[in-house]
Design a binder for this molecule. Structure first.
Ligand code: SF4
Length: 427
């Protein structure tokens, strides 16, 4: 790997002084106008991180005033066997490796039963790109969970897995890749798929792709999967995995590509773009998109989830990973640049619950859920058993100054009565 791309980035010195350039950016953002890439560059490089966070918090309060979301969920990793070997990944194993696993349908039913008994409203299901499991395994997995726990929303499969499934199902067509994607998503939706998580996006840049996760799909294919999902009425999410070999400029490009894709999705939902084609939900009075009552119906990006790179145990572990302040800044900039994403998630599993509290004041309005098992990327020293209680999540949110609201996967408030729950009318 060339030294130039792996050398730790020089930190931006913190300084107590206010950066006057941020005044114009604040005015621009609060007027509901789209920030330019140049303004994004200023936000990502200014030493005045706290003002960046304060502007992001003001915008976040406009979108979801006074509340912060959490959910009761369970993660299911059906297999860690993967045909690829991404440099930042410590999750994957090859078949026969120590620790390699694939869950049987009986094990999956048992997990669904446990999730149901715990009152979960969501199962988040992802795995490696298993080279041998047949396509029927995936539809049967969804159907089995659906039969065992019909009330649980199935948020499953990253765009990378969806493209892998087009090959497993022999539906991959190089000259018309969206046809195969549409076929796979339709089969999965019929089997119970409710929405897509946002993983596998990493950083939309060919240089970073070729160096750190060559073999994974490129940005255009990732965006195609989400576009087709939106066209089928599925809501999806998006991530950015930052703090490794990418530059800050490349983070900005990633955010810009996502907001353009969301412009397209919202245009399909009858939002009116301005004369530059932009749709900003941050304009005062603009309603957030709401899912229809039918499970899974919608067709837009719900949430941006900034994910920090963790060096432990992967091929590029010599890199330092982002600092706490860089995490706050990246989240705040995501809130400001992605002006058409309704929600920003501080994913506590990767950020820690303590950091997530701070992030609620820097642009995030969601801290995800109770989780239990998380096998993908962990805080240093964490085990795969990572569980927090509803009380802990609510206490963290209240301490951060917000009213905790339990949501379902589609951001509809959940009303609970003992072990039963229902969806409240959309706020
Ligand atoms: S990041 Fe995903 S695709 Fe890459 S090696 Fe890990 S499990 Fe496989």
């Amino acid at each position: 790997m060339p030294a130039a791309t792996t050398k730790p980035r020089s930190p931006t010195p913190a300084a107590p002084r206010r950066d006057p350039r941020l005044d114009a950016i604040r005015e621009h953002a609060l007027a509901g106008r789209r920030l330019t890439i140049d303004q994004g560059r200023t936000l990502l490089t200014t030493p005045d991180i706290w003002t960046v966070c304060e502007i992001a918090n003001t915008v976040r309060q406009r979108l979801t005033p006074g509340i912060a979301y959490y959910n009761i969920n369970r993660h299911l990793n059906y297999s860690n066997i993967c045909a690829l070997s991404c440099k930042f990944c410590e999750f994957y194993r090859k078949r026969g490796d120590e620790g390699a696993y694939e869950r049987s349908l009986d094990e999956i039913r048992a997990e669904a039963r446990k999730a149901f008994d715990a009152g979960a409203t969501e199962m988040h299901i992802v795995g490696g790109l298993h080279p041998y499991l047949p396509f029927s395994y995936y539809t049967e997995m969804l159907s089995a969970i659906r039969e065992t726990a019909p009330s649980i929303h199935l948020k499953a499969f990253t765009a990378v897995e969806i493209v892998h499934l087009t090959k497993i199902a022999r539906q991959f067509k190089a000259d018309d890749r969206t046809a195969g994607i549409r076929w796979v998503l339709t089969q999965l939706k019929d089997a119970g798929l409710g929405s897509l998580p946002g993983g596998g996006a990493e950083v939309f840049d060919d240089r970073v792709h070729d160096e750190a996760y060559k073999g994974k799909i490129r940005s255009d294919v990732w965006l195609d999967v989400h576009r087709v999902a939106h066209e089928l009425g599925l809501n999806t999410n998006a991530t950015i995995l930052y703090g490794h070999i990418e530059s800050r400029e490349e983070r900005l490009t990633h955010m810009d590509m996502l907001r353009r894709a969301q412009d397209e999705a919202l245009t399909r939902l009858n939002y009116t773009p301005d004369d530059t084609g932009a749709i900003t939900l941050t304009t005062a009075g603009t309603p957030l998109p709401t899912p229809s009552k039918e499970l899974g119906a919608g067709g837009y990006f719900q949430t941006i989830i900034p994910l920090p790179f963790f060096p432990d145990g992967c091929e590029i572990e010599h890199l330092p990973g982002p600092t706490g302040l860089e995490n706050l800044r990246t989240l705040a900039v995501a809130r400001l640049m992605l002006d058409n994403f309704p929600h920003v998630k501080a994913f506590w599993i990767m950020q820690s619950l303590k950091m997530a509290q701070l992030m609620l004041q820097c642009g995030a309005d969601d801290i995800d859920g109770t989780v239990v098992w998380y096998d993908i990327t962990k805080l240093s020293g964490a085990t795969t058993h990572q569980e927090t209680s509803v009380d802990d999540l609510r206490r963290a949110i209240i301490e951060a100054g917000f009213e905790p609201v339990e949501r379902d996967t589609l951001y509809r408030p959940v009303l609970r009565d003992s072990k039963n729950w229902t969806i409240a009318p959309t706020r």
